[in-house]
Ligand binder design. Sequence first.
Ligand code: PMT
Length: 225
Amino acid sequence: FAEKILAGKRVVITAGPTREAIDPVRYLSNHSSGKMGFALAEAAAQAGADVVLVSGPVSLPTPVGCLRVDVDSAEEMKAAVMSAVADSDVFIACAAVADYRAEKIADQKIKKKTDTLTLNLIKNPDILAEVSALSKRPYCVGFAAETEQVLTHAEDKLTRKKLDMIFANDVSRSDIGFGCENNAITALIRRGNGVEQQDLPAQPKRTLARALIQLIAKEYTPHHG
Ligand code: PMT
């Protein structure tokens, strides 16, 4: 960036998947590689921000200038985020947090005794919604990974979680989204009672991340700067 547009700002970013243990050797998870969240952390650091990157299990190097906190489960991610987010200016939730976890984690490896096996799942905390509900809260940016009615579901999340901005991500496409080098986003920005829409076409995640950080820096300043 020609100008350090986030100089002196504290930015907390989540990235990657979470893993929800079933027994000592098995877990529930998803295909997030962490690339999008790590690219955002790198771009935010390059823009001059103090960055805390809370990451699920991924195999990526820590971007230069970021403080990285590694976690496994959604509950661990929530604890790490809640302690990092106090006094932060911007929170970007890029992690693909598992919505459910096993009600009970078996102490021993589950044996293959029956033809069918039922796992009881319970809801995980919604980290982004909890940050957004804090009385002293950072500027809150979410992602919406959707396979259908992408913009409708994204706008619903923007409203329901009371966010400032959300990046709608069509993950039904095989050329963008989970694991890919490229991504494309539609940014939905809350403007009073309305929502403004901006399309960022498919491009490498690192280039896209710089554009998203630029957009966040521009939008953030008038409200909180
Ligand atoms: O990691 P990559 O391989 O690079 O892929 C990038 C990506 C597709 C994972 C990323 O661009 C993306 O879309 N991330 C959000 C994934 C997701 O889980 O979206 P969601 O629509 O289920 O969740 C909505 C928002 O709430 C997200 O900001 C999510 O981080 C947050 N959330 C969800 C559930 C939960 N329990 N806690 C949360 O904070």
